[in-house]
Design a protein around this ligand. Sequence first.
Ligand code: SF4
Length: 209
Amino acid sequence: MNENIFKRNELLAQKVIKGLESRNMTGYYAADKEEALEKALELIPMGSSVTMGGSMSANEIGLVNAVRNDDYRFIDRNAAPDRHAAELEAYDADVYLASANAITEDGILINIDGNANRVSCIAYGPKKVIFIVGMNKVCDDVDGAIKRARSVAAPINAQRFGLSTPCTNTGSCMNCKSPDTICCQFLITRFSKHPGRIHVILVNDNLGF
Ligand code: SF4
């Protein structure tokens, strides 16, 4: 990565981390994917039950593969005979892995969801939530972050899942009420009531979308 971008990301990450701390959440900066993986594993005690809603970023740093072994109890909803039951089990997990659709420079997390299992687990349930967030997702403010979630993350996700939504065909949000829409629930995490629950690892890389 270009040295100037590296420096900008490191400085900006410090601002985000300060913002997170003011909101009772903990932030970390990782210089690359390897460092992010190391930090995430430090936060997950061996023997923990671990689950997730579908985070590309956690996959991209190798975290999902790393917790799929006998040292942890990985709850895999995609492999579960009853997906709904696995999603309900997630509320009682020790650790929930996630990414954010966007984060503001002052540490507010924005997430949009269709099914809502992901945003509801972020809001309440799992004892610890670990976010893996590439620096490409940092936005100026809440308006900018919601805009990013609607105009970048949601259309790409809709395309990824082959959904029948306007953005799948146009690449931009048409504010639809299609039965397939994934923009059903909007979660703005501006403060955590539970100290030590939410951890955000900011990664000096472009992760997810
Ligand atoms: S509201 Fe509809 S068109 Fe807009 S991003 Fe969401 S699914 Fe796509």
